[in-house]
Each structure stands twice: as structure tokens, then as C-alpha cells.
Design a protein around this ligand. Structure first.
Ligand code: NAD
Ligand code: UDP
Ligand code: UDP
Length: 336
């Protein structure tokens, strides 16, 4: 009985002429809000193969349903606090709950995701020589004493508060990125994302835009947390995805602020949602949560100069684009 050793089967994708210069891209947190829109954009390019690793804590397969079964797409149920072995060229590292309700739900887990999760993704990047992009946050500026915030500002963060698992977690994640870069020569990119909104946000995740839109559609009062004069700057998700891809493909490590400089008080936001979605709803002031930043607005000079990027969609244009998606998921749409 002679055992003939079979030669390894060549991967049809890797070896086809069509895919010769293909790029294999890992998106952690790709089943979430921003991640799934990023996957949609990456999949438009026929040279990209996309692998999503997600534990479905705040994301869902539903966000990726159009890609499940596609030959250039793979979805792995995986918690990034555990090591991950895949062979990739680029890593978009988004995995981390972003809404205060969810990141405060299990704060120790949020820290593990930011610290151990980011270290695992850096270990992976180091082993395979991949370029890695971290989605950090404007929360690294804390309750900022500089306004608008530039990337040079070091921030004003409470290290022991209820938001610290997220803010400080992301700050350590940024530190890890730079230490792996300096010590091991990893190619890194850091985006500091300011509040982003759009279709597929979790309906009841407590973030202000999703709250107000769901409340308006249900005919409930819009809950402005006191005092209502605190500000945020809201970026539409397609603009954000465009910025993330430019940052990954460009030559600058960052950190680079990505956000829409249009700044609104929460009372103004409520008025705009009321006007655009349901003029008959009322606005009520409710209690706020601890350590709520009083103001936030990105200085995006760097993104403009280094990435040629700036947001195109205003708040008034973007809010109505969420309406149909929310109506469908709330079972209110004729299309549902
Ligand atoms: P999201 O909660 O919709 O997505 C996060 C995804 O990560 C989800 O699919 C979730 O299941 C997954 N995840 C969480 N913990 C994980 C773990 N341990 N292992 C594997 N997967 C895990 O949030 P989003 O708004 O899409 O945010 C994406 C990224 O952008 C996050 O890193 C967030 O910190 C950052 N960011 C978002 C905003 C914003 O306004 N949306 C602002 C600043 C920064
Ligand atoms: N790691 C991973 N996938 C890889 C390579 C590494 O998840 O392909 C993890 C590894 O388990 C480790 C972390 O990344 O916990 C950091 O890796 P590094 O090589 O920097 O550190 P070391 O393994 O030497 O502790
Ligand atoms: N907020 C509000 N009503 C809500 C939810 C939030 O007025 O129903 C306020 C909150 O106090 C904060 C702002 O909206 O000042 C943004 O909150 P969000 O949780 O969306 O994001 P983050 O605080 O992380 O920027």
C-alpha cells in the first residue's frame, strides 16, 4: 500500500489571476454599527477579502446579512480578548462597545477588550506584518478644557469614574499602538472618532441620536439630559467610513481626529429631530449621568491636510437618512 502525498491544494482565490493583488482585511467589531458600514465599503472593491471577528455583544449578524455566503467574506464568532490566528494584510480594529449603556454594563470586560483585545490584535499584526488601524475616540479628551479639540491636547480624563473603563481603556489602547510601533516597527494608524450616527445604530442603546429618533417615531417625549447646553458634533457614518479608509491607505500614523465640526447643544439637536421627524412630540429635561463632557467639537485641520478628508453630510441631511431604517426595525414601515 503506497501512500502518495497529495500536493497542497492551491487556494482558488489566492492563485487566480483576478485576485493576484488582493488584500485580505480583518475587521474586528465588523458586525457593529460603524464596522458593518465599513465592511460594505470594503466589499465594494473586488480585490478585497474581508474577515469579520465579532462576539456579537452589541453587533449582529443582521448588519452583515448581505455578505454572509459571499466568497470574499468570512464571519468568525470570536472574542478578541482571546488570541486570534488569521493571515491578513490589514486590520481595522473596532471591537469595543461604544454606547455608554453597554460599555458601563460590564466595565471590567470593556477594559479587557480595550487592553487585552488591542494587545492581541497588535500581536497578530506583528506576527503577520499587517498594518493596523485603531478606532480611538474623542473621549480620550475627557471633559476637554481646550475647545475645539486638536490632536495635541492631552485631555482631561477622570481615571476612576464610571466612564473611565472606556476613556482610559482607549488611552491605553493608543499607548499600546505607539509602543508596538516604536518597539516592533508595526505600521499603525489611529483615528480619534467623534460622535457618529446613521442607520443600524442600536435602537435602545442610549446614545442621543438613536434615542431621539426612536422617541420621535414612537411619539414619546425627547429626553434631553440636563442641562441641555452640553454640545456634541455629529458625523454621518458614510463620511466616517471614508475617513477611516483614507487614514488606513495614507502615510500618517495619526492620531487624527475624524468628526464633523458642526456643533450642537443637546437642546438644539432635540429641536432639529422634532422639526424633521415628528413636530408634535414634546421635549423634556431629564437627569444626566456622571462625568458627562460639557462640550466637544473636533478640529479637523489635520484630516483635511493629511487625508484630504472632510465630512460632506450635514446633520439636517443625515437625520432623515436614518428614519426609514429605524421605522423598519420598529415595525412601523410599510416596507417591513
Ligand atoms: P458598536 O457597539 O455598534 O460596535 C462594536 C462592535 O464590537 C460590536 O459588533 C460588538 O459586538 C463588537 N465587540 C465588542 N466587544 C468585543 C469583543 N470583546 N470581541 C469581539 N467583538 C467585540 O459600536 P460602533 O459605534 O460601531 O463603534 C465602533 C468603534 O468605533 C468602537 O471601537 C468605538 O469605540 C469607536 N467609536 C465610535 C463612536 C461612535 O460615535 N459611534 C465614537 C468614537 C469611537
Ligand atoms: N497574538 C494573537 N494572534 C497572533 C499573534 C499573537 O492573538 O497571531 C496574541 C498573543 O497571544 C499575545 C498577544 O497577541 O497574547 C501579544 O503578542 P506578542 O507577540 O506581542 O506578545 P507575546 O506573545 O510575546 O506575549
Ligand atoms: N443625551 C441626552 N439624551 C439622551 C441621551 C443622551 O440628552 O437620551 C446627551 C448626553 O447627556 C450627552 C450627549 O447627549 O451630553 C451625548 O451622549 P451619547 O451617549 O450619545 O454620547 P457620548 O456621551 O459618548 O458623546
Amino acid at each position: 500500500h503506497v501512500v502518495t502525498k497529495k500536493p497542497p491544494t492551491p487556494s482558488p482565490l489566492r492563485n487566480s489571476k483576478f485576485f493576484q493583488s488582493n488584500m485580505r482585511i480583518l475587521v474586528t467589531g465588523g458586525a457593529g454599527f460603524i464596522g458593518s458600514h465599513l465592511v460594505d465599503k470594503l466589499m465594494e472593491n473586488e480585490k478585497n477579502e474581508v474577515i469579520v471577528a465579532d462576539n456579537f455583544f452589541t453587533g449582529s449578524k443582521d448588519n452583515l446579512r448581505k455578505w454572509i455566503g459571499h466568497p470574499r467574506f468570512e464571519l468568525i464568532r470570536h472574542d478578541i480578548t482571546e488570541p486570534l490566528l488569521v493571515e491578513v494584510d490589514q486590520i481595522y480594529h473596532l471591537a469595543c462597545p461604544a454606547s455608554p449603556i453597554f460599555y458601563k454594563h460590564n466595565p471590567v470586560k470593556t477594559i479587557k477588550t480595550n487592553v487585552m483585545g488591542t494587545m492581541n490584535m497588535l500581536g497578530l499584526a506583528k506576527r503577520v506584518g499587517a498594518r493596523i488601524l485603531l478606532t480611538s475616540t474623542s473621549e480620550v479628551y475627557g471633559d476637554p478644557l481646550e475647545h475645539p479639540q486638536t490632536e495635541e491636547y492631552w485631555g482631561n480624563v477622570n481615571p476612576i469614574g464610571v466612564r473611565s473603563c472606556y476613556d482610559e481603556g482607549k488611552r491605553v489602547a493608543e499607548t499600546l499602538m505607539f509602543d508596538y510601533h516604536r518597539q516592533h516597527g508595526i505600521e499603525i494608524r489611529i483615528a480619534r472618532i467623534f460622535n457618529t450616527y446613521g442607520p443600524r445604530m442600536n435602537i435602545d442603546d442610549g446614545r442621543v441620536v438613536s434615542n431621539f429618533i426612536a422617541q420621535a417615531l414612537r411619539g414619546e417625549p425627547l429626553t434631553v439630559q440636563a442641562p441641555g447646553t452640553q454640545t456634541r458634533s455629529f458625523c454621518y457614518v458614510s463620511d466616517m467610513v471614508d475617513g477611516l479608509i483614507r487614514l488606513m491607505e495614507g502615510e500618517n500614523t495619526g492620531p487624527i481626529n475624524l468628526g464633523n465640526p458642526g456643533e450642537f447643544t443637546m437642546m438644539e439637536l432635540a429641536e432639529v429631530v422634532k422639526e424633521l421627524i415628528e413636530p408634535s412630540v414634546s421635549i423634556k429635561i431629564v437627569e444626566n449621568t456622571p462625568d458627562d463632557p460639557r462640550q466637544r467639537k473636533p478640529n479637523i485641520t489635520k484630516a483635511k491636510q493629511l487625508l484630504g478628508w472632510e465630512p460632506k453630510i450635514t446633520l439636517r441631511q443625515g437625520l432623515p437618512l436614518m428614519e426609514e431604517d429605524f421605522k423598519q426595525r420598529l415595525g412601523m414601515s410599510k416596507k417591513a
